[in-house]
Write a protein that binds this ligand. Structure first.
Ligand SMILES: Cc1cc2nc3c(=O)[nH]c(=O)nc-3n(C[C@H](O)[C@H](O)[C@H](O)COP(=O)(O)OP(=O)(O)OC[C@H]3O[C@@H](n4cnc5c(N)ncnc54)[C@H](O)[C@@H]3O)c2cc1C
Length: 421
């Protein structure tokens, strides 16, 4: 069957070919909507960044036809731990408790560039998708008919017309700035350093899981395993320069402090980045919608930033497909998108990652002990542990709002929830 398509309309322009942009482009293409993906870099980025996919995200990616490939390449990780640098294991959570609710009761550890690679390969084969690399958007205007994106490409200025703009252009979003949307929140004083190593932390700290949040008043730590290597994330003291923090002797000392390794650590990639808690004041302006890091950024502690960005992408794609292919009301769909996705960003993603960051770095001894007591009590109680895992995996927010449900269905869910609370 041929799709009824938006072929009479200009395509949806997706700005940004990161993991969230390519997911939006692929979800739209799969639904029968023509897209034009525009990316500033000459080719897909391959730098190391997020590496965790949670259960509801895997379900969405399953619907998009890539979950099996991702599982073939990634690590399936059901258990994760909260630890204390001095005291060891504090609490262990097992997403296996979610097995009655999701097909994927685990985290999948896979670096985000692999998802980008898989989806770009599929988009490249789609006649309804145009991929333009090396074009940087510099101007956006819109009216009731559509949007006009202007930019610079390898051969000079370009002007692209679209029916809608999906802005997935990352934390420093040009679209957000051009649309005059404020990015409210704060930046943590310390930066985070990510170091990869070929050393196997499981051999050095035998009782750890593949994902571990390790509390310490001075030098908290986040240790996780990917197929390529282990990755340690730790804070860079305020005032320490990039050169000082990445000095090989300094990094070696930090890693030896985690677990002594005679002969020394082989250290691979390293990156330092600023960490923020910020949410755009609105996710929609006219026919333009912000998704992923362009709409919200957060601490990586919890691994939910990219996941919620993928949820934004699929939510918005389903709405735009209804608008362009079925004649649904664009205003109602975009308002619902903006309202619920912003609510998820504030009430779940920001709230939980902020709490995780405070918990892991707590300096007050009494509060530190109280945090540990709470975590181990939750882990020891099956009902509370299940509720914890539902929330940490974003299953709770998806159950509450759905992904891309028609506006009236979202309202019915809210009314039903209000009636039972
Ligand atoms: C160093 C680092 C480490 C991270 N580690 C983790 C982690 O461990 N866990 C976690 O959950 N999250 C982590 N994150 C965050 C995670 O990587 C992001 O949430 C994720 O990349 C968001 O995807 P995105 O597609 O929204 O944005 P991005 O991946 O930033 O993609 C945006 C794309 O838009 C393009 N672009 C920007 N401006 C323009 C323009 N004007 N015109 C055209 N194209 C443009 C960019 O080139 C880029 O390709 C990390 C981020 C960084 C920087």
């Amino acid at each position: 069957m041929t799709f009824v398509s938006n072929h009479r309309e200009p395509p949806v322009i997706v700005l940004g070919g990161g993991p969230v942009g390519v997911t939006a482009a692929w979800a739209l293409t799969r639904a029968g909507v023509r897209v034009h993906l525009v990316e500033r870099e000459p080719e897909p980025r391959t730098d190391w960044r997020a590496s965790t996919f949670h259960p509801p995200t895997l379900e969405l990616l399953d619907e998009l036809g890539v979950a099996a490939r991702m599982h073939a390449e990634g690590l399936t990780v059901p258990r994760y731990q909260y630890r204390d640098r001095r005291e060891g294991l504090v609490a262990e959570f097992d997403f296996g408790v979610l097995k009655d609710e999701t097909k994927y009761p685990h985290r999948l550890q896979l670096n985000q560039q692999h998802l980008v690679r898989m989806l770009v390969a599929r988009l490249a084969d789609e006649p309804d998708a145009t991929l333009s690399y090396g074009i940087e958007a510099t101007g956006i205007t819109g009216d009731d008919e559509g949007v006009l994106v202007e930019g610079r490409g390898p051969s000079g200025p370009v002007s692209l017309r679209g029916s809608f703009l999906v802005a997935a252009d990352g934390a420093g979003s040009t679209a957000r700035r051009l649309l005059g949307v404020r990015f409210t929140g704060f930046t943590y004083p310390e930066r985070f350093l990510i170091a990869s190593t070929s050393a196997d932390f499981r051999a050095l700290i035998p009782d750890i899981a593949d994902v571990n949040y390790v509390a310490d008043p001075d030098e908290w730590l986040f240790l996780l395993r990917t197929v390529e290597s282990w990755r340690a994330v730790y804070p860079v003291p305020v005032g320490q320069t990039y050169e000082e923090a990445t000095d090989p002797a300094e990094m070696q000392a930090r890693l030896q402090g985690i677990a002594p390794l005679p002969g020394g650590y082989e250290i691979g990639d390293r990156q330092i980045y600023n960490v923020h808690q910020r949410v755009a004041d609105t996710f929609v302006a006219g026919r333009c919608a912000l998704i992923g890091d362009a709409a919200h950024i957060n601490s990586p502690l919890g691994g939910v930033g990219l996941n919620s960005g993928i949820h934004d992408a699929v939510d918005l794609a389903r709405r735009l497909a209804r608008v362009l292919l079925d004649g649904a009301d664009a205003t109602a769909e975009l308002e619902t998108f903006a309202e619920i996705r912003r609510q998820v960003a504030v009430e779940y993603v920001q709230a939980d990652t902020k709490r995780n960051t405070e918990r892991i770095s707590e300096r007050d001894e009494a509060r530190r002990q109280a945090n540990h007591a709470e975590l181990s009590a939750v882990a020891a109680d099956p009902d509370r542990a299940r509720a914890w895992c539902r929330r940490a995996s974003l299953l709770e927010s998806v159950a509450r709002f759905g992904i891309g449900l028609p506006p009236q269905d979202v309202r019915h869910r809210e009314q039903a929830a209000d009636a039972t609370s």
